[in-house]
Design a protein around this ligand. Structure first.
Ligand SMILES: [Zn+2]
Length: 433
């Protein structure tokens, strides 16, 4: 299957999708939602989902009275506002300046209060005499800073990593509209959909390749943090996109060198690296960086690398992608630019000519001949000027750490094959249980 992607459109709709999602998110984040849905394939009822979409649903406990240690506590959760300091927040809850400064001092030893962020939550527990007995600062999604104010006014401060439990969840749906929007409709978390799109972005052109009735199947981690009301979505464990008879399938795997990456059943990495040398038998004639320009004579940043080669030497596409530009381009002469994904592009300059069929909008595969070495534009002799563009800026191809395109072998492959079968069985089990 030769599938690629064109991500600009996707990027727009992603942002749109985000907006739509967050608009809805705001509306529903007050309560826990119990969601029942039908499996799209066989109408088996899957109704185990309790989706706690809320980060902020803790707020519904605001001012709630809770019973702890046999005495009635008042629980007040505040969110840090702009220009608010911990000290100014304490002012509202603690009368004694001495106590206040002692708390600040002790907290500062563990957590630099200058790092307090807007929106960060602080939970005050007050006793029936309206005195603060405990303060919890939510440091991050899984860490609390506990301040205990004892009756004799001794203060203890400690950091607590909250217990978490990870559960695997699975979803499967058919695309009628788009991968993202149908995912949202089928209650796949937005975080997971974004990861899914990223995962397949080396293989798929989301605008062209996704057809109606494309099946998406995904397994991912849900992380429950004890004492918090929100749910965190972790890694994708398994993902399948099935378009007609073609399917792309990836499994999460921690490699021997401790990288979490995704591989298909054959143990091939999801990522396809961009070629650092898109030409055979050429001599590297000029590297990336400051140099005295051979024609202009003054020092100029060279934003690519040059390969000297005889006129007519074939030039290969550095990676799968879509031709974004093919034609005359000022001092670049005959020039091709390929868009590989949202982040990466490659450019080829001073070509003698273009290969047959190479024009704007055409999709090319890595290694495919796109043009031939020449000396058009501002050039002193036949060479290829090659650029790798990352987020619209040229970067040094020689020092760039590109996605590996690793293929698992030997013991590592054996380990992967054992693990992917477990992941797959667990995915099916969750889908159809
Ligand atoms: Zn150059």
């Amino acid at each position: 299957m030769t599938l690629k992607f064109r991500t600009f459109g996707m990027f727009l709709f992603l942002i749109l999708g985000y907006l739509i999602f967050y608009t809805n998110y705001e509306k529903i984040n007050i309560d826990l939602y119990e969601v029942k849905f039908d499996n799209l394939e066989n109408n088996n009822k899957i109704s185990k989902q309790i989706i706690k979409l809320s980060n902020t649903s803790l707020d519904k406990n605001k001012n709630a009275n809770i019973k702890t240690n046999n005495s009635l506590y008042k629980n007040i959760i505040i969110e840090v506002k702009k220009n608010q300091t911990f000290s100014s927040i304490l002012n509202e809850h603690i009368e004694s300046n001495k106590l206040k400064y002692e708390i600040i001092d002790k907290v500062n030893k563990i957590f630099d209060l200058r790092r307090l962020k807007v929106g960060q939550k602080i939970n005050f527990f007050k006793n029936n005499k309206n005195k603060v007995e405990k303060i919890i600062l939510y440091l991050d999604y899984e860490t609390n800073l506990n301040v205990n104010v004892n009756i004799n006014k001794s203060i203890t401060v400690d950091k607590e990593i909250l217990k978490k439990s990870i559960e695997k969840n699975s979803k499967e749906y058919v695309i009628t509209d788009s991968l993202y929007l149908d995912g949202i409709k089928n209650l796949v978390p937005s975080d997971i959909l974004i990861k899914l799109i990223r995962l397949f972005s080396f293989d798929l052109d989301f605008q062209r390749d996704i057809k109606k009735n494309t099946i998406v199947s995904v397994s991912y981690d849900e992380i429950y943090i004890e004492g918090r009301d929100n749910l965190i979505f972790g890694d994708i464990n398994y993902a399948l996109i099935e378009i007609g008879k073609n399917s792309l399938e990836y499994f999460k795997f921690k490699t021997d060198d401790e990288y979490i990456d995704y591989f298909n059943r054959e143990g091939k990495n999801v990522k396809k690296s961009i070629l650092k040398t898109p030409i055979d038998g050429a001599r590297l004639s000029s590297t990336y960086g400051m140099r005295k320009h051979p024609i202009l004579g003054y020092n100029k940043m060279h934003r690519g690398i040059d390969f000297a080669a005889p006129t007519g030497t074939p030039i290969y596409a550095g990676g799968n992608g879509v031709i974004e530009f093919a034609g005359r381009n000022g001092s670049y002469g005959n020039y091709i630019r390929i868009r590989h994904n949202n982040e990466y592009k490659t450019a080829y300059a001073h070509l003698n000519g273009f290969n047959k069929g190479i024009s704007k909008g055409v999709r090319v595969n890595q290694g495919q001949v796109i043009g031939f070495v020449g000396s058009t534009g501002r050039s002193t002799g036949p060479h290829l000027h090659y650029e790798i563009i990352y987020q619209n800026e040229q970067i040094n191809p020689l020092t760039l750490k590109l996605p590996s395109g690793k293929i698992l072998k030997g013991k590592e492959l054996e380990r992967f094959q054992k693990e992917y079968k477990i992941i797959y069985a667990s995915h099916l089990n969750t889908l159809y249980e």
